[in-house]
Write a protein of this length. Structure first.
Length: 158
């Protein structure tokens, strides 16, 4: 079986487990009458993940590639951007660790700017304002629109 099918099977299993966990999420009494529940988006993401995995699994296969361009060549594994990938994973872990101590706005701005730098962006005069506006916009939408409290500043400032 091709690698994309194995990845689709793994993605299908993860989506089903995620959907099961979201469906069985215990709701508080006041949450039962809300229009948008805490488990609504996770259930929708689970359904979309299952659909995407099934499309990959049951889509007709293209004729075999005579050049072998679609296959992963283990001999050329060093040409893959593993350093960038590990840098992004490290940035996600660092973001999760810094979220409470330095606040949402600073952590998110640093995360967006840092991951952009890892991916190769070098126009700092454009990068920093976009990261700050994006972090502020996300905070505003989550705080004001969804009504979910996010501490925007570090704990010692608020």
């Amino acid at each position: 079986m091709a690698l994309d099918r194995w990845v689709a099977i793994l993605f299908l299993i993860i989506s089903l487990v995620y959907g099961y966990a979201a469906y069985n999420y215990p709701l508080l009494p006041f949450e039962r009458n809300m229009a948008f529940l805490p488990n609504t988006l996770p259930m929708a993401l689970s359904v979309l993940g299952v659909i995407a995995a099934l499309v990959i699994l049951f889509a007709p296969r293209a004729p075999s590639d005579p050049d072998g361009l679609g296959d992963i060549d283990r001999a050329q594994l060093r040409e893959f951007k593993i350093g960038q990938t590990l840098g992004l994973v490290g940035a996600m872990v660092l973001y999760a660790l810094l979220l409470r101590p330095i606040g949402f706005l600073a952590a998110t701005t640093l995360f967006i700017a840092g991951t952009s730098i890892i991916l190769g962006e070098r126009k700092f005069h454009v990068l920093i304002p976009i990261a700050a506006v994006t972090a502020g916009g996300i905070w505003y939408l989550v705080q004001e629109t969804l009504g979910i409290f996010l501490r925007p500043w570090p704990a010692f400032l608020s």
